[in-house]
Design a protein. Structure first.
Length: 462
């Protein structure tokens, strides 16, 4: 993302000058260095079997390479060049040219921008399996930020020439990398603005979006609600994707996740906060997104305790936090519902949906002690005409609807394919009007709460 080492850093960014090539009978393998002090990776000859296996395992964990087949990962692993950076050294400089991406093998790095001489702002912290400099692989623009080693770091480098020699220009990986580069370029101003912000005086207002029935449009509404709030409060609205085991909020929002809440559970306690904040994605429309998982198998890492630890950080950093919750009534879902200030329940005009939502409302009242005033009911018409009317819904559930969302045809699906959020691109759509109405109700309801707003978010019963 952020650049390439410069000649003045060659003393601090150390690379091996020569080594014995495997099975070469002791003949030294010579290495050539480009003008920035980074070795040309194609000169390394791939390394030994153990080293290649280690590099392959690292690449498997790098988010932008998730779509690559094993044979391509092996090819890239053979052509990576190792490098090291001493604690305190600047690996890449803002404003410099570059053609190399860096993967952190071990150690920690700080990404920062210099707004004026002598005044810098830290915008990200990186650890093992994180990467930076990927803009240099796609774009020839100068670096947008600097990266400094906070500890002695081991790095793996990949330059533009090597990438295009290994991957076809029209491959999924190149397309995904290009998308990620554009995403980070567009959201860098948000990162900088977020870094300048002082935490709000009050804890975030929390909204859980839930439906007991799949196919209700829950994730679409959660994304559009967060985006509608994000338009009002750019950089102050976070969508947390806890729809486990499969997260789709980033996909619908056309964002490429490189970290997640589950991965943050695996870092040392002292690095937990930076891991959580570093996993947050910034949407150009103003909202932010924290994926729960990158892969379905990570869902087991999401626990009540983990969410509780993360919320201890997040509630003081945002104005609104919106949760997209999965259908399964797990401990996590129950706890988030129990402790959210507002619960948005999506209802569809079907008998099965009415039955399920009716039972859910009884659980809210009799078990979770969630008063009706905290519950927002939204009727989402998924078909052009239903035999179940709005009046039927209100009469059956014995609670008024906050909004009825008209049938929106294929617009939600088309928007997802194009990577658009309707509330940002098509304000006249039914989804957009519904999301704006809900955002207005939520923002209006919380703006007057003042000191009565919750000062924390503690999951768990009792």
């Amino acid at each position: 993302m952020f650049g390439q080492a410069t000649p003045r850093d060659r003393r601090r960014l150390s690379l091996p000058a020569a080594r014995t090539a495997p099975n070469s009978g002791g003949t030294p393998e010579h290495h050539f260095y480009n003008s920035f002090g980074v070795s040309d990776s194609h000169q390394f000859g791939g390394g030994g079997p153990d080293e290649l296996r280690k590099r392959f395992q690292i690449l498997e964990r790098v988010a932008i390479f998730f779509t690559l087949p094993d044979n391509i990962l092996h090819a890239l692993a053979r052509r990576l060049a190792p490098a090291s950076a001493a604690k305190g050294s600047v690996i890449v400089h803002q404003g410099d040219p570059g053609d190399t991406m860096f993967v952190v093998e071990s150690g920690r790095c700080e990404v920062y921008v210099e707004e004026s001489p002598g005044h810098t702002i830290t915008i990200a912290l990186m650890g093992p399996d994180d990467f930076f400099g990927e803009m240099a692989l796609i774009s020839e623009e100068t670096r947008t930020a600097s990266v400094r080693a906070l500890e002695d770091c081991k790095l793996l480098t990949l330059d533009r020439k090597t990438l295009y020699e290994t991957l076809p220009a029209d491959s999924d990986a190149i397309i995904e990398l290009t998308k990620l580069v554009e995403q980070r370029k567009d959201t860098l101003p948000n990162l900088i603005a977020r870094a300048r912000m002082v935490a709000p005086e009050q804890a975030a207002s929390t909204v859980a979006v839930y439906s007991p029935k799949g196919g209700s449009g829950r994730t679409t509404m959660a994304v559009n609600l967060a985006a509608a709030l994000g338009k009002r409060f750019p950089g102050e609205v976070l969508l947390v994707d806890l729809a486990l085991p499969y997260n789709h909020a980033a996909l619908i929002s056309y964002l490429t996740p490189t970290g997640c809440l589950a991965a943050a559970s695996q870092v040392p306690p002292g690095n937990f906060e930076e891991a959580v904040l570093g996993a947050i994605l910034h949407h150009p429309g103003g909202m932010m997104l924290l994926p729960g998982v990158l892969r379905a198998e990570q869902a087991d890492l999401i626990t009540v305790d983990l969410v509780n630890r993360a919320m201890g950080i997040l509630v003081n950093a945002f104005r609104y936090i919106v949760f997209d919750l999965g259908v399964a009534f797990t401990d996590i879902v129950i706890s988030v519902l129990d402790h959210s200030q507002r619960v948005l329940v999506l209802v569809t005009p079907e008998l099965s949906s009415l039955k399920d939502v009716g039972e859910l409302l009884q659980i809210f009242t009799n078990v979770l002690n969630i008063v009706p005033g905290r519950v927002i009911l939204a009727l989402n018409n998924k078909v052009p005409k239903s035999v179940v009317s709005r009046e039927d819904v209100v009469r059956t559930l014995k609670q008024e609807l906050a909004v009825e969302i008209d049938f929106d045809g294929t617009k939600p699906d088309e928007a997802a394919v194009r990577g658009e959020i309707l509330v940002l691109t098509d304000p006249k759509s039914a989804i957009s009007r519904g999301a704006e109405t809900l955002a207005q109700q939520i923002a209006g309801a919380t703006s007057g709460e003042g000191k009565q707003a919750k000062k924390g978010f503690k999951l768990g019963r009792g």
